[in-house]
Design a protein around this ligand. Structure first.
Ligand code: ADP
Length: 659
């Protein structure tokens, strides 16, 4: 609930930040994903570079190993050739040294000793000769042989393939003195060389191939199948040369599962973030729309509250004021800030009525406020007073919880003032009407007063006579004077009653005896009845019902009704002119009937009977019945008229018993 002083934002203004609010995180997340992907790519690239460098280093190392090994072979054979050229060489030298050589170098499939013409002198093992033709003679055009002879130093031959296997030879010339005396030929099997030279770890990482200058694979060693786009490197293998090359291809490295997992997670996370942003966008739109609707609703409600002329005031269940509207502030003369949070007694309570107001307040908080509302009197800030009619209703919040009370407060100061004026006016009218009634009954009063005055006068004359004659007893005189006093008191009582009747005064409820009221009224009217030849009958029960009423007012009602009844019987035959005052009772109230045998009341008259200034009489004022009804209603009774079945009318009024 908003206080009257709270300011409101302009309705309809959708904040511009809201679209930024959504775009910024989207941009940031997009950028983050791009950066992460770039980072991963860079890492992978780095790794590849590293792999390539390692590959090159490994291949170079292998090439070097091959070279060292073959050069070492050449050296050993050179030494053998040197030793074979000596005159004093031991027997079986070739056999011993070659056996050793072949044992330690499995790639050597054969070592042969040829003479100058190329004919084999000795060979180990002797049973194989990969190159030998069907003739068993060596092909003289073999490039290595001739080249070695010409150069006079070891020479490697081209590789050749025999029985699906690649071989190459090493030719080492043999000199005796300075004379070329033959040639040592060591046949190398490429496959054996490869399997001996390439270590296991190399094969784990790479596939190794030896290719010739045409790109034909002569030998290969591998464990796994490299992928199509794998890294590879190639170096020339010299010796033996002739375009022979080592070609290594990196095996397909199983891509790191961690890397894959991270990548997948990043993509999934980015997707989730985008999705949640999308959801938030929907949610925000929904919220903005709701806020907008709320602002419109609030503005509408505020306009409505401000235009209300009825004061509104909300209190929590402990009586603290939580809300007031402008009309309430105007009624009490206090600002909202002075009233909000106020606890009882509130500043606008009338200090003279604190007790009663607090009692009402407590009843409201206990939920006992009358549904038809209640009136309070308050004091404004400027000291003036106001009257208000308050309706209280429980305040229920959105969860259905009872949080306090909302009161609508109606300013009825003016209405009260008008009512007070009307009441005073009515009172004046009543007094006037009583004066008029007395005036009309002046002859009755004169008659009534006449009796005691005549008696006083005759008692007085009797006393004087006795005094003058001198023949008197003091006791006798005392008796006469006492009677005279009684008559004077009786006259005084009549005068006082008249005075009471016409005196202008506030209505006063008191214990009252209905029989006495009826008798008094009959006493006043009796003389008029006698003049008009009307008999008055009273039918009263023997008990005295407990009534709380203003005696003079009820007397006025009775007098009015009885006088109307007497006047209505002007045309009635004299023997039927009878007026009856009958009092009956039920459990809640007494009923008083004034019954006549008069003219009765015509329908046209009936409708307007109780309206002010309605009269069918020439000298009638037309206020009698109207005053009678307001007096009876003041006493919480009812007044109505019925037709008398025997002719004439019956005026009935009721008076409730005093509680
Ligand atoms: P007023 O007596 O001055 O005319 P009332 O208000 O007392 O004013 O009466 C209004 C009218 O009601 C009378 O003029 C009369 O016509 C009618 N009325 C009152 N009482 C009776 C009655 N008992 N019988 C017939 N008419 C009556």
């Amino acid at each position: 609930m908003n206080s009257a002083g709270t300011s409101t934002r302009t309705p309809g203004a959708t904040p511009a930040w809201s679209s930024w609010y959504l775009t910024m995180p989207k941009l940031a997340v997009g950028l983050l994903v791009v950066l992460l992907v770039a980072l991963l790519w860079l890492l992978q690239d780095n790794e590849k570079e590293e792999q390539r460098a390692t590959l090159i280093a490994d291949v170079l190392w292998l090439e070097q190993s091959f070279r060292f090994h073959l050069e070492n072979n050449a050296e050993q054979l050179q030494q053998l050739a040197l030793d074979l050229g000596r005159e004093d060489r031991p027997e079986k030298l070739f056999d011993t040294r070659t056996r050793h050589l072949i044992r330690t170098n499995p790639e050597l499939v054969q070592v042969a000793w040829l003479d100058n013409d190329g004919v084999t002198r000795e060979a180990l093992p002797s049973h194989i000769s990969p190159r030998r033709g069907a003739t068993g003679e060596r092909d003289r055009s073999e490039d290595g042989f001739e080249l070695a002879r010409k150069l006079g130093k070891p020479v490697f031959s081209r590789t050749y393939v025999s029985q699906d296997e690649a071989f190459f030879e090493l030719y080492v010339p043999l000199y005796r003195g300075n004379q070329l005396a033959g040639m040592l030929v060591a046949t190398h099997a490429l496959n054996n060389l490869v399997s001996q030279m390439v270590p296991w770890w190399f094969v784990e990482k790479y596939r190794l191939q030896i290719i010739d200058d045409d790109g034909k694979v002569l030998s290969s060693k591998s464990k796994l199948d490299p992928g199509p786009a794998s890294l590879s490197h190639q170096v020339l293998l010299d010796p033996p040369g002739y375009g022979l090359a080592l070609h290594a291809t990196a095996n397909r490295v199983a891509t790191s599962t961690a890397q894959n997992l991270i990548m997948t997670l990043i993509i999934l996370l980015a997707g989730a973030v985008f999705w949640s942003l999308w959801a938030i966008r929907g949610l925000m739109r929904h919220r903005l729309a709701a806020e907008q609707a709320l602002r419109t609703e609030h503005a509408f409600r505020k306009a409505m509250e401000d235009s209300l002329t009825v004061g509104m005031r909300a209190r929590d269940r402990r009586g603290r004021i939580t809300y007031v509207n402008p009309a309430f502030c105007e009624l009490t003369g206090y600002d909202a800030s002075e009233l909000i949070d106020a606890q009882p007694p509130y500043p606008y309570w009338d200090p003279a009525l604190l007790e009663r107001t607090r009692e009402l307040h407590d009843r409201v908080l206990d939920g006992l406020a009358p549904a038809e509302g209640f009136e309070i009197r308050g004091r404004r800030k400027d000291g003036s007073y106001f009257d208000a009619l308050v309706y209280e209703a429980p305040l229920i919040d959105a969860d259905g919880k009872h949080t306090g009370w909302m009161g609508s407060v109606l300013d009825i100061t003016e209405r009260k003032r008008a009512e007070e004026l009307a009441r005073q006016h009515q009172e004046k009218l009543q007094a006037t009407s009583r004066l008029v009634a007395m005036g009309e009954m002046a002859s009755t009063l004169a008659h009534e007063l006449n009796q005691p005055l005549a008696a006083i006068s005759s008692y007085n004359a009797g006393c004087l006579n006795r005094l003058e004659s001198g023949n008197y007893q003091p006791d006798e005189l005392r008796g006469v004077l006492e009677k005279l006093g009684v008559q004077a008191q009786r006259a005084g009582r009549i005068i006082r009653r008249v005075h009471d009747f016409v005196r202008k005064r506030e209505p006063k409820l008191a214990e009252c005896d209905l029989a006495e009221v009826v008798d008094d009224a009959i006493g006043f009217i009796e003389h008029l009845a006698q003049q008009r030849g009307v008999r008055i009958e009273r039918e009263l029960p023997g008990w005295r019902p407990p009534l709380l009423a203003d005696q003079v007012m009820i007397e006025q009602v009775l007098l009015n009704l009885m006088r109307n009844a007497i006047e209505a019987m002007g045309e009635t035959p004299p023997e039927r002119r009878r007026l009856t005052v009958r009092v009956t009772q039920n459990e809640r109230e007494v009923e008083v009937r004034v019954i006549d045998n008069g003219s009765g009341i015509a329908d046209a008259v009936m409708e307007r009977l109780f309206t002010p200034f309605f009269s069918t009489k020439e000298d009638g004022m037309g206020m009698g019945l109207n005053i009678c009804r307001s007096i009876i209603e003041f006493h919480k009774g009812r007044l109505w008229v019925e037709a008398n079945p025997l002719g004439g009318s019956v005026f009935v009024f009721t008076l409730p018993f005093s509680p």
